[in-house]
Design a protein around this ligand. Structure first.
Ligand code: KIV
Length: 263
């Protein structure tokens, strides 16, 4: 999809929306030529690309740098970027400066985690012409509040709270809502009670679409194996064996051969 209207269109046609994260130029070029619908420059960049333990270390500069790299490779897909941790808690001017930097880098919408305490900011951004995607359930920027990257909404009261957050976020003007690490029944209830599409990660099959971290679905992280993740490629072992093949051929003086040499 090329613009935000694609979200509404796919939902109204009953077609599931596919999304992946992306952080760099060469991956963006591949995704651009694939059938994936839309792309998120997630603040998971802090973990996946920079090796931090949480997304808390993402900054506006980091998000803008990755967004502009992705934008250069992504010509035909809608691009959403994350607002990093606490960027909306430093006053309206700083919020606008942060969103401005990420938009100038190439984002076409911004994703903001949570509901309580951000509804006014979301409303303000939407009325300023900035499309906002919401994100509830497990919001990784609040990992220390949850005590880990754990399933949310397991008790009746938590489930009711999350369902209520979803409705209030829709009222504040978001165009789509990420549901992370929720039991399928809760995602189903939320999806059925909203008009905007829901995009799930670890939230079962009853959402309007799915998102996965690119490196996770390509199997590049051998130590990350949560129940919700399906690996569509043997990234880690395939890349390692390519590196080892190259090393062997260099050691055996097989590479470069005549074919790769200039005479
Ligand atoms: O930062 C991220 O990658 C995300 C997705 C997993 C939804 O927020």
């Amino acid at each position: 999809m090329k613009n935000i209207n694609g979200f509404k269109k796919l939902k109204s046609e009953g077609k599931n929306i596919s999304m992946v994260t992306c952080y760099d130029y060469w991956s963006a070029q591949i995704i651009d030529e694939s059938d994936i619908d839309a792309v998120l420059v997630g603040d998971s960049a802090a973990m996946v690309m920079h090796g931090f333990d949480t997304t808390i270390n993402a900054t506006v500069d980091m998000m803008a740098t990755h967004t502009s790299a992705v934008k250069r490779g992504l010509k035909n897909k809608f691009l959403i970027s994350d607002l990093p941790f606490l960027a909306h808690k430093k006053g309206r001017e700083k919020l606008i400066d942060s969103v401005d930097a990420i938009f100038k880098a190439g984002a076409e919408a911004i994703k903001i985690e949570g509901a309580n305490g951000v509804l006014d900011d979301i409303n303000y951004l939407v009325s300023s012409g900035i499309p906002v995607m919401g994100h509830i359930g497990l919001t990784p920027q609040s990992v220390h509040k949850f005590g880990g990257f754990t399933l949310q909404g397991e008790s009746q009261s938590d489930a009711e709270k999350i369902i209520d957050e979803a409705k209030r976020l829709e009222d504040s003007g978001i165009f789509a809502l990420v549901l992370e690490m929720l039991p399928s029944e809760i995602s189903k209830t939320i999806t059925e009670s909203l008009t905007i599409p829901t995009i799930g990660i670890g939230a079962g099959k009853y959402t309007s679409g799915q998102i996965l971290v690119l490196h996770d679905m390509l199997g590049l992280n051998k130590n990350f194996n949560p129940k919700f993740l399906k690996k569509y490629f043997t990234g880690y072992s395939s890349i390692k064996s390519a590196l080892n093949n190259y090393n062997e051929e260099v050691k055996a003086n097989v590479f470069p051969s005549e074919k790769e040499s200039y005479n």
